[in-house]
Design a protein around this ligand. Sequence first.
Ligand code: AMP
Ligand code: MG
Length: 348
Amino acid sequence: MKTLETIILEIDPFNIEEEKIKEAAKAICENKTVVFPTETVYGLGANGLSEQAVKKIFIAKGRPFDNPLILHIANIKSFLEYAYVSYSLLEKIEKLIPGPVTFVLKKKKIVPDIVTAGKDTVAIRMPAHPIASKLIEYSGVPIAAPSANISGKPSATLAEHVIQDMKDKVDYIIVGGKVEFGIESTVIDLTTGEKPVLLRPGPIPPQKIAEIFGDIEIPDFAYGHVEADYIKAPGMKYRHYSPDTPVVLIEHQVNEKMIYKVIEEYKKYSNPIILCLREHCNFYKENNMNCDIIGSEDNYYEFAIKLFEMLRKYDGQSEIIIVEGIEDKGIGIAVMNRLRKAAHKIIQ
Ligand code: AMP
Ligand code: MG
């Protein structure tokens, strides 16, 4: 494939240079591809109303065409332009936006089939990140964007990740610092007519959605158990978030005996790394195992922000990456969803 020469724009999210954002917005209008930071992970965007532009996203990522994209918007009115949504539903949506949450709704005709993988529903999100928000606003079109990583690899949470994965595959990369959450948005299906269904857990926990919508259904697949029923969320059937180095996941609250078993089994590997909770680090060190702290029992947000960064950091550096899991509560359900999908082996 012919490679592009990517233009890199450095933009400080706290002091945005208008000229640079305008240049990137112009590129979107010209149906070019632009990588940009959001509060969840970096996104790979293009004009969401142009089939030709959106096609470039799939090609740059190597993403299968049956995995739909999220349409990013800059104001609440856009929900009405691209989807069928009642005012009472919109009032509830309003309580959660802008932010790291995506709503699946019945689509309007104006949204090209390539965005929704031919489905009659569309996923819409209004990001809170100032760069993302201005880019969409100045473009004057919705921006279709999946995560800016090579398909199947961990999402990109740092500028160096997007440069590694996307340089010379896209027209522009906006380098705009570290993201806030480190995992992709919560996806909720609002098309069932009854209670909302959690399609993908993310930074906004299910309890928060239930508070606003009255209830929420959490299907088994939302926990990341891979043999699930994918009908509603087509993207879920693909292997996700995986570094090349195999990942072994230890489910939450394994006992000491179990940890000894893990140590015995994996210490024969050359240079294994354990990504563990702060509380357990000394234990591994005393047993001569390499470990790195990924979070702690009382801060699951730290775990989320470090997750993809750590998987990328140790990819190719060790023969095996062992990760200690956390409880499926709050943002923990989102972290475990990603880990169960990334894992080559799960120890319970
Ligand atoms: P990514 O942009 O990589 O975070 O992927 C977007 C994800 O949003 C997809 O993999 C789907 O799981 C979900 N999604 C997007 N559009 C739809 C839709 N119309 N129906 C259900 N899920 C969707
Ligand atoms: Mg993705």
